[in-house]
Design a protein around this ligand. Sequence first.
Ligand code: KG4
Ligand code: ZN
Length: 344
Amino acid sequence: MSNIINDNNTVILAIESSCDETSAAVVIDGRDVRSNVIFSQIDIHKVYGGVVPEIASRSHIEKINQVVREALNEAHMTLDEIDAIAVTYGPGLVGPLLVGVSEAKAIASAKKKPLVGVHHIKGHICANYIEHPELEPPYLCLVVSGGHTHLVHVADYTQYEVLARTRDDAAGEAFDKVARAIGLPYPGGVQIDRLAREGDPHAIDFPKAHVDEAPLDFSFSGLKSAVLNYLNQCRMTGQEYDRANLAASFQKAVVDVLVEHTMEAAGCLEQISTVTLAGGVASNSALRTAMEKACAEQGLTFYKPSPIYCTDNAAMIGAAGYYEFMAGVRHGSDLNAIPNLPLE
Ligand code: KG4
Ligand code: ZN
Protein backbone atom coordinates (compact mmCIF):
# COMPACT_ATOMS: atom_id res chain seq x y z
CA MET A 1 0.00 0.00 0.00
CA SER A 2 1.29 3.49 -0.84
CA ASN A 3 2.25 5.79 2.01
CA ILE A 4 0.68 8.79 0.33
CA ILE A 5 -2.67 9.93 1.69
CA ASN A 6 -5.05 11.88 -0.54
CA ASP A 7 -8.51 13.41 -0.15
CA ASN A 8 -10.16 10.11 -1.02
CA ASN A 9 -8.60 8.38 1.99
CA THR A 10 -10.37 8.33 5.33
CA VAL A 11 -8.04 8.79 8.29
CA ILE A 12 -9.31 7.52 11.65
CA LEU A 13 -7.72 8.23 15.02
CA ALA A 14 -8.83 5.36 17.25
CA ILE A 15 -8.78 5.03 21.05
CA GLU A 16 -9.20 1.86 23.15
CA SER A 17 -9.27 1.77 26.97
CA SER A 18 -11.95 -0.79 27.89
CA CYS A 19 -9.83 -2.91 30.23
CA ASP A 20 -6.09 -2.90 30.96
CA GLU A 21 -4.56 -1.60 27.73
CA THR A 22 -4.34 2.11 26.91
CA SER A 23 -4.08 2.27 23.14
CA ALA A 24 -4.32 4.75 20.27
CA ALA A 25 -3.90 4.14 16.54
CA VAL A 26 -4.07 5.89 13.19
CA VAL A 27 -5.77 3.75 10.54
CA ILE A 28 -6.39 4.64 6.89
CA ASP A 29 -9.52 3.28 5.16
CA GLY A 30 -10.04 0.63 7.83
CA ARG A 31 -7.12 -1.57 6.80
CA ASP A 32 -3.87 0.39 6.59
CA VAL A 33 -2.42 0.80 10.12
CA ARG A 34 -0.02 3.75 10.34
CA SER A 35 0.49 3.46 14.11
CA ASN A 36 -0.81 1.29 16.94
CA VAL A 37 0.59 2.37 20.31
CA ILE A 38 -0.31 0.09 23.23
CA PHE A 39 0.52 0.70 26.87
CA SER A 40 -0.20 -2.54 28.72
CA GLN A 41 -1.03 -2.39 32.45
CA ILE A 42 -0.25 -6.09 32.98
CA ASP A 43 2.75 -5.36 35.22
CA ILE A 44 0.62 -3.04 37.37
CA HIS A 45 -2.16 -5.62 37.95
CA LYS A 46 0.01 -8.73 38.15
CA VAL A 47 0.58 -8.42 41.90
CA TYR A 48 -3.20 -8.51 42.48
CA GLY A 49 -3.73 -11.58 40.25
CA GLY A 50 -6.22 -9.72 38.03
CA VAL A 51 -7.37 -6.30 36.82
CA VAL A 52 -8.24 -3.85 39.63
CA PRO A 53 -10.75 -1.43 38.02
CA GLU A 54 -9.84 1.68 40.08
CA ILE A 55 -6.13 1.22 39.44
CA ALA A 56 -6.83 0.61 35.75
CA SER A 57 -8.83 3.87 35.47
CA ARG A 58 -6.04 5.86 37.12
CA SER A 59 -3.39 4.36 34.86
CA HIS A 60 -5.47 5.11 31.74
CA ILE A 61 -5.79 8.75 32.87
CA GLU A 62 -2.02 8.97 33.37
CA LYS A 63 -1.18 7.49 29.96
CA ILE A 64 -3.92 8.44 27.51
CA ASN A 65 -2.55 11.82 26.33
CA GLN A 66 0.94 10.40 25.82
CA VAL A 67 -0.38 7.36 23.93
CA VAL A 68 -2.51 9.52 21.60
CA ARG A 69 0.42 11.87 20.97
CA GLU A 70 2.74 8.95 20.18
CA ALA A 71 0.18 7.42 17.80
CA LEU A 72 -0.06 10.70 15.87
CA ASN A 73 3.73 11.18 15.84
CA GLU A 74 4.41 7.65 14.60
CA ALA A 75 1.87 8.13 11.82
CA HIS A 76 3.38 11.58 10.97
CA MET A 77 -0.06 13.13 11.36
CA THR A 78 -1.59 16.07 13.14
CA LEU A 79 -5.11 16.19 14.56
CA ASP A 80 -6.07 18.51 11.68
CA GLU A 81 -5.41 15.68 9.19
CA ILE A 82 -7.76 13.25 10.94
CA ASP A 83 -11.23 12.69 9.40
CA ALA A 84 -12.87 11.15 12.48
CA ILE A 85 -12.21 9.90 16.01
CA ALA A 86 -13.31 6.34 16.85
CA VAL A 87 -13.49 5.17 20.45
CA THR A 88 -14.56 2.03 22.30
CA TYR A 89 -17.64 2.89 24.41
CA GLY A 90 -18.51 -0.65 25.57
CA PRO A 91 -18.56 -3.35 26.70
CA GLY A 92 -15.85 -3.16 29.35
CA LEU A 93 -15.04 -1.63 32.73
CA VAL A 94 -16.94 1.63 33.21
CA GLY A 95 -14.06 3.70 34.66
CA PRO A 96 -11.50 2.67 32.02
CA LEU A 97 -14.08 3.13 29.21
CA LEU A 98 -14.90 6.64 30.45
CA VAL A 99 -11.26 7.72 30.15
CA GLY A 100 -11.13 6.84 26.44
CA VAL A 101 -14.61 8.22 25.73
CA SER A 102 -13.79 11.53 27.48
CA GLU A 103 -10.50 11.87 25.60
CA ALA A 104 -12.21 11.20 22.26
CA LYS A 105 -15.02 13.64 23.01
CA ALA A 106 -12.53 16.34 24.03
CA ILE A 107 -10.54 15.95 20.78
CA ALA A 108 -13.70 15.76 18.64
CA SER A 109 -15.08 18.91 20.25
CA ALA A 110 -11.83 20.92 20.18
CA LYS A 111 -11.03 19.99 16.56
CA LYS A 112 -14.64 19.81 15.32
CA LYS A 113 -14.21 16.24 14.07
CA PRO A 114 -16.90 13.56 13.82
CA LEU A 115 -17.04 11.10 16.73
CA VAL A 116 -17.78 7.40 16.21
CA GLY A 117 -18.44 5.14 19.20
CA VAL A 118 -17.31 1.56 18.54
CA HIS A 119 -18.42 -1.73 20.09
CA HIS A 120 -15.32 -3.48 21.51
CA ILE A 121 -16.26 -6.90 20.09
CA LYS A 122 -16.86 -5.44 16.63
CA GLY A 123 -13.32 -4.09 16.95
CA HIS A 124 -11.95 -7.57 17.69
CA ILE A 125 -13.80 -8.98 14.66
CA CYS A 126 -12.57 -6.18 12.35
CA ALA A 127 -8.94 -6.81 13.42
CA ASN A 128 -8.89 -9.42 10.65
CA TYR A 129 -9.30 -6.75 7.93
CA ILE A 130 -5.92 -5.23 8.84
CA GLU A 131 -3.76 -8.07 7.55
CA HIS A 132 -6.13 -9.78 5.11
CA PRO A 133 -7.04 -7.31 2.34
CA GLU A 134 -8.99 -10.01 0.51
CA LEU A 135 -11.31 -10.70 3.49
CA GLU A 136 -14.87 -9.51 2.91
CA PRO A 137 -18.21 -10.38 4.55
CA PRO A 138 -20.09 -12.65 4.78
CA TYR A 139 -18.12 -14.92 7.09
CA LEU A 140 -18.31 -16.64 10.46
CA CYS A 141 -16.18 -15.33 13.34
CA LEU A 142 -15.36 -17.05 16.62
CA VAL A 143 -14.72 -14.26 19.15
CA VAL A 144 -12.88 -15.55 22.21
CA SER A 145 -11.65 -12.99 24.73
CA GLY A 146 -11.36 -12.49 28.47
CA GLY A 147 -14.97 -11.37 28.75
CA HIS A 148 -16.69 -12.86 25.68
CA THR A 149 -17.17 -16.06 23.74
CA HIS A 150 -19.38 -15.54 20.71
CA LEU A 151 -19.97 -17.18 17.36
CA VAL A 152 -20.90 -14.32 15.07
CA HIS A 153 -22.28 -14.33 11.54
CA VAL A 154 -20.76 -11.22 9.97
CA ALA A 155 -23.33 -10.61 7.22
CA ASP A 156 -21.86 -7.27 6.18
CA TYR A 157 -19.27 -4.75 7.40
CA THR A 158 -21.69 -3.35 9.99
CA GLN A 159 -24.18 -6.22 10.26
CA TYR A 160 -23.55 -8.79 12.99
CA GLU A 161 -25.72 -11.69 14.09
CA VAL A 162 -24.78 -13.60 17.26
CA LEU A 163 -25.35 -17.33 16.65
CA ALA A 164 -24.00 -18.62 19.97
CA ARG A 165 -22.58 -17.32 23.23
CA THR A 166 -21.24 -18.62 26.51
CA ARG A 167 -23.76 -19.42 29.24
CA ASP A 168 -21.26 -18.70 32.03
CA ASP A 169 -17.49 -18.08 31.90
CA ALA A 170 -15.80 -16.70 28.80
CA ALA A 171 -13.03 -18.84 27.30
CA GLY A 172 -10.31 -16.40 28.44
CA GLU A 173 -11.81 -16.23 31.91
CA ALA A 174 -11.60 -20.05 32.15
CA PHE A 175 -7.94 -19.92 31.04
CA ASP A 176 -7.15 -17.23 33.63
CA LYS A 177 -8.97 -19.03 36.50
CA VAL A 178 -7.35 -22.40 35.80
CA ALA A 179 -3.94 -20.73 35.46
CA ARG A 180 -4.41 -19.10 38.85
CA ALA A 181 -5.43 -22.44 40.40
CA ILE A 182 -2.17 -24.04 39.28
CA GLY A 183 -0.08 -21.09 40.43
CA LEU A 184 0.62 -19.37 37.11
CA PRO A 185 0.81 -15.54 37.05
CA TYR A 186 -1.82 -13.23 35.54
CA PRO A 187 -2.83 -13.15 32.71
CA GLY A 188 -2.89 -16.91 32.66
CA GLY A 189 -3.98 -17.68 29.09
CA VAL A 190 -0.60 -17.18 27.52
CA GLN A 191 1.09 -19.04 30.42
CA ILE A 192 -1.15 -22.10 29.92
CA ASP A 193 -0.47 -21.92 26.17
CA ARG A 194 3.29 -22.07 26.88
CA LEU A 195 3.15 -24.76 29.57
CA ALA A 196 0.77 -26.93 27.50
CA ARG A 197 3.45 -27.34 24.82
CA GLU A 198 5.40 -29.52 27.27
CA GLY A 199 2.38 -31.60 28.32
CA ASP A 200 0.23 -34.46 27.02
CA PRO A 201 -3.25 -33.22 26.00
CA HIS A 202 -4.63 -36.76 26.43
CA ALA A 203 -3.32 -37.21 30.00
CA ILE A 204 -6.54 -36.16 31.77
CA ASP A 205 -10.02 -36.55 30.31
CA PHE A 206 -11.85 -33.31 31.24
CA PRO A 207 -15.59 -32.97 30.41
CA LYS A 208 -16.93 -30.97 27.46
CA ALA A 209 -20.18 -29.25 28.41
CA HIS A 210 -23.17 -29.34 26.10
CA VAL A 211 -26.14 -26.99 26.39
CA ASP A 212 -29.13 -29.14 25.36
CA GLU A 213 -31.57 -26.42 24.30
CA ALA A 214 -28.88 -24.42 22.43
CA PRO A 215 -26.27 -26.84 21.05
CA LEU A 216 -24.05 -24.10 19.60
CA ASP A 217 -23.79 -22.26 22.94
CA PHE A 218 -20.73 -22.68 25.16
CA SER A 219 -20.31 -23.40 28.87
CA PHE A 220 -16.93 -23.45 30.59
CA SER A 221 -17.81 -23.33 34.30
CA GLY A 222 -18.22 -27.15 34.50
CA LEU A 223 -14.78 -27.63 32.99
CA LYS A 224 -13.30 -25.12 35.44
CA SER A 225 -14.94 -26.99 38.35
CA ALA A 226 -13.64 -30.31 37.01
CA VAL A 227 -10.08 -28.91 37.04
CA LEU A 228 -10.53 -27.57 40.60
CA ASN A 229 -11.97 -30.93 41.76
CA TYR A 230 -9.03 -32.75 40.17
CA LEU A 231 -6.58 -30.47 42.01
CA ASN A 232 -8.44 -30.90 45.34
CA GLN A 233 -8.42 -34.65 44.97
CA CYS A 234 -4.68 -34.63 44.30
CA ARG A 235 -4.12 -32.46 47.38
CA MET A 236 -6.31 -34.63 49.62
CA THR A 237 -4.64 -37.85 48.55
CA GLY A 238 -1.16 -36.31 48.62
CA GLN A 239 -0.77 -37.17 44.94
CA GLU A 240 1.65 -35.17 42.79
CA TYR A 241 0.17 -33.88 39.54
CA ASP A 242 1.91 -32.84 36.34
CA ARG A 243 1.17 -29.14 35.68
CA ALA A 244 2.06 -29.36 32.00
CA ASN A 245 -0.25 -32.35 31.47
CA LEU A 246 -3.06 -30.56 33.29
CA ALA A 247 -2.55 -27.37 31.22
CA ALA A 248 -2.47 -29.35 27.96
CA SER A 249 -5.56 -31.43 28.85
CA PHE A 250 -7.57 -28.38 29.96
CA GLN A 251 -6.54 -26.44 26.85
CA LYS A 252 -7.54 -29.37 24.63
CA ALA A 253 -11.00 -29.52 26.26
CA VAL A 254 -11.55 -25.78 25.53
CA VAL A 255 -10.12 -25.88 22.02
CA ASP A 256 -12.07 -29.02 21.00
CA VAL A 257 -15.40 -27.42 21.97
CA LEU A 258 -14.56 -24.10 20.28
CA VAL A 259 -13.59 -25.81 17.02
CA GLU A 260 -16.51 -28.31 17.05
CA HIS A 261 -19.13 -25.58 17.54
CA THR A 262 -17.54 -23.35 14.91
CA MET A 263 -17.57 -26.17 12.34
CA GLU A 264 -21.19 -27.01 13.24
CA ALA A 265 -22.23 -23.37 12.77
CA ALA A 266 -20.33 -23.11 9.47
CA GLY A 267 -22.12 -26.25 8.27
CA CYS A 268 -25.49 -24.65 9.05
CA LEU A 269 -24.74 -21.46 7.09
CA GLU A 270 -24.80 -22.47 3.43
CA GLN A 271 -23.54 -19.15 2.05
CA ILE A 272 -20.49 -19.14 4.39
CA SER A 273 -17.13 -20.34 3.10
CA THR A 274 -14.86 -18.32 5.40
CA VAL A 275 -14.10 -18.59 9.12
CA THR A 276 -12.13 -16.08 11.20
CA LEU A 277 -10.82 -15.98 14.77
CA ALA A 278 -10.78 -12.91 17.03
CA GLY A 279 -10.08 -11.82 20.63
CA GLY A 280 -7.24 -12.42 23.08
CA VAL A 281 -7.69 -16.21 23.16
CA ALA A 282 -7.38 -16.23 19.34
CA SER A 283 -3.63 -15.94 19.93
CA ASN A 284 -3.68 -19.40 21.56
CA SER A 285 -1.38 -21.60 19.49
CA ALA A 286 -3.40 -24.83 19.92
CA LEU A 287 -6.63 -23.08 18.89
CA ARG A 288 -4.99 -21.51 15.82
CA THR A 289 -3.59 -24.86 14.69
CA ALA A 290 -6.77 -26.84 15.37
CA MET A 291 -9.05 -24.31 13.63
CA GLU A 292 -6.71 -24.14 10.63
CA LYS A 293 -6.82 -27.94 10.29
CA ALA A 294 -10.60 -28.21 10.74
CA CYS A 295 -11.22 -25.46 8.17
CA ALA A 296 -8.88 -27.13 5.66
CA GLU A 297 -10.74 -30.43 6.14
CA GLN A 298 -14.11 -28.71 5.54
CA GLY A 299 -12.86 -26.69 2.56
CA LEU A 300 -13.29 -23.40 4.43
CA THR A 301 -10.99 -20.40 4.06
CA PHE A 302 -9.49 -19.45 7.43
CA TYR A 303 -8.12 -16.13 8.68
CA LYS A 304 -6.64 -15.14 12.02
CA PRO A 305 -5.03 -11.89 13.20
CA SER A 306 -1.40 -11.73 14.34
CA PRO A 307 -1.23 -12.01 18.15
CA ILE A 308 -0.73 -8.24 18.54
CA TYR A 309 -4.14 -7.67 16.87
CA CYS A 310 -5.81 -10.44 18.93
CA THR A 311 -5.41 -8.83 22.35
CA ASP A 312 -6.81 -5.35 22.98
CA ASN A 313 -5.46 -2.66 20.65
CA ALA A 314 -6.75 0.56 19.07
CA ALA A 315 -5.96 -0.42 15.45
CA MET A 316 -8.89 -2.87 15.52
CA ILE A 317 -11.13 -0.02 16.77
CA GLY A 318 -9.88 2.08 13.85
CA ALA A 319 -10.83 -0.72 11.44
CA ALA A 320 -14.34 -1.14 12.89
CA GLY A 321 -14.70 2.64 13.30
CA TYR A 322 -13.98 3.18 9.59
CA TYR A 323 -16.82 0.89 8.49
CA GLU A 324 -19.23 2.42 11.03
CA PHE A 325 -18.17 5.92 9.87
CA MET A 326 -18.74 5.00 6.20
CA ALA A 327 -22.18 3.63 7.16
CA GLY A 328 -23.04 7.06 8.60
CA VAL A 329 -22.65 6.36 12.32
CA ARG A 330 -21.99 9.59 14.28
CA HIS A 331 -22.11 10.15 18.03
CA GLY A 332 -22.58 13.41 19.90
CA SER A 333 -21.07 14.91 23.02
CA ASP A 334 -23.58 12.82 25.01
CA LEU A 335 -21.74 9.59 24.11
CA ASN A 336 -21.41 7.61 27.32
CA ALA A 337 -19.55 4.46 28.40
CA ILE A 338 -21.87 1.42 28.36
CA PRO A 339 -20.24 -1.44 30.34
CA ASN A 340 -22.70 -4.11 29.09
CA LEU A 341 -23.27 -2.81 25.54
CA PRO A 342 -24.96 -5.64 23.59
CA LEU A 343 -23.65 -6.74 20.19
CA GLU A 344 -27.14 -6.92 18.65
O1 KG4 B 1 -9.32 -9.62 24.01
P1 KG4 B 1 -8.55 -9.46 25.26
O2 KG4 B 1 -7.20 -8.81 25.19
O3 KG4 B 1 -9.36 -8.67 26.33
C1 KG4 B 1 -10.76 -8.77 26.43
O4 KG4 B 1 -11.46 -8.11 25.62
O5 KG4 B 1 -11.20 -9.55 27.31
O6 KG4 B 1 -8.42 -10.93 25.87
C2 KG4 B 1 -7.72 -11.19 27.05
C3 KG4 B 1 -7.84 -12.66 27.34
C4 KG4 B 1 -7.28 -13.05 28.71
O7 KG4 B 1 -8.21 -13.89 29.36
C5 KG4 B 1 -6.02 -13.81 28.36
O8 KG4 B 1 -5.65 -14.77 29.32
C6 KG4 B 1 -6.40 -14.45 27.05
O9 KG4 B 1 -7.12 -13.45 26.38
N1 KG4 B 1 -5.24 -14.87 26.26
C7 KG4 B 1 -4.97 -16.15 25.95
C8 KG4 B 1 -3.74 -16.16 25.23
N2 KG4 B 1 -3.33 -14.84 25.11
C9 KG4 B 1 -4.26 -14.08 25.75
N3 KG4 B 1 -5.64 -17.27 26.21
C10 KG4 B 1 -5.11 -18.43 25.76
N4 KG4 B 1 -3.94 -18.52 25.08
C11 KG4 B 1 -3.24 -17.41 24.78
N5 KG4 B 1 -2.10 -17.47 24.08
ZN1 ZN C 1 -10.89 -7.31 24.09
